[in-house]
Design a protein around this ligand. Structure first.
Ligand SMILES: NC(=O)c1ccc[n+]([C@@H]2O[C@H](COP(=O)([O-])OP(=O)(O)OC[C@H]3O[C@@H](n4cnc5c(N)ncnc54)[C@H](OP(=O)(O)O)[C@@H]3O)[C@@H](O)[C@H]2O)c1
Length: 235
């Protein structure tokens, strides 16, 4: 296995484990103080990854918002805001989505070979399109990003993506924010789907921090040896 970036999975969930509502309206799980914390974490990473489903549904810009943090990155010789990365099988992404349209940073689309050619035609002006092969794994994406210089990767969902990073065992840290509300509708997307997770009854993840932030709670778990060695010892 090649090297891969230190990878943080970040998300907000309801008390019943959902990432969003089942309705057309996007569910706000977090609060302003936590959005600011997420902004800080973004600013500390080299790249932010989301699934194509999140690009389509949430249309996120994925930028560092704070002027001070952007300036601090530039002072360190970094782009104002981290690179953006997405993964798609169909390649069906809108070149005018905020993912592509905003931010003076690199944008990468990992696309299955089947749809690589049409995706390149559609998106080549707005992003680097990478042929991810017949089947894309998060391990392979991580290794390729490492080869491109990404040393710290933040993964912001959605559930399909989190599931794969967790079941493949290629995440170092989980930062999950629990919001004080229920969704109560099993049609809504969950934090993770079915799968064989390395953390189970016989192998529990290591809690490294529990922090109330207004009415939500941040839980941080170390998922790898290197997370336990670095973050675990400083938390
Ligand atoms: N609460 C939070 O923190 C948070 C954060 C992010 C998102 N969300 C929510 O999560 C929901 C979206 O989650 P989701 O699970 O439906 O979507 P997702 O994980 O964002 O994206 C799934 C899509 O990514 C592509 N993909 C994933 N794995 C792939 C692989 N191995 N190879 C090729 N393509 C792959 C496919 O795209 P194609 O369909 O293009 O082939 C797939 O349909 C939304 O409701 C959003 O609001 C919540």
């Amino acid at each position: 296995m090649g090297d891969r970036p230190y990878t943080i999975l970040s998300c907000g969930v309801s008390l019943d484990g959902y990432l969003d509502s089942a309705t057309d309206e996007r569910l706000m799980l977090s609060n302003d103080a936590d959005f600011d914390r997420v902004d800080e974490v973004r600013s500390e990473n080299d790249a932010i990854l989301v699934g194509a489903g999140t690009v389509r549904r949430d249309n996120p810009a994925l930028l560092v918002r704070s002027e001070d943090r952007r300036k601090s990155r530039v002072d360190q010789g970094l782009p104002e805001t981290p690179a953006k990365v997405t993964v798609t099988a169909t390649g069906k992404l809108d070149p005018e989505a905020q993912f592509f349209a905003n931010g003076d940073c690199e944008k990468f689309v990992y696309c299955e070979s089947n749809s690589f050619s049409p995706a390149r035609t559609r998106l080549a002006d707005v992003a680097t399109i990478v042929d991810g092969g017949a089947t894309i794994t998060m391990g392979a994406v991580s290794e390729d990003l490492h080869e491109r210089g990404v040393r710290r990767l933040m993964v912001e969902g959605g559930g399909t993506i989190h599931t794969q990073f967790l079941t493949e065992g290629v995440a170092d840290e989980l930062q999950i924010v629990v919001a004080p509300l229920f969704v109560g509708d099993s049609r809504a997307p969950r934090f993770v789907g079915d799968g064989e997770f390395p953390w189970c009854a016989d192998h529990r993840a290591a809690l490294i921090e529990a922090r109330p932030i207004g009415d939500v709670v941040l839980l941080r778990y170390a998922l790898s040896e290197r997370a336990r060695d670095t973050v675990g010892s400083s938390a």
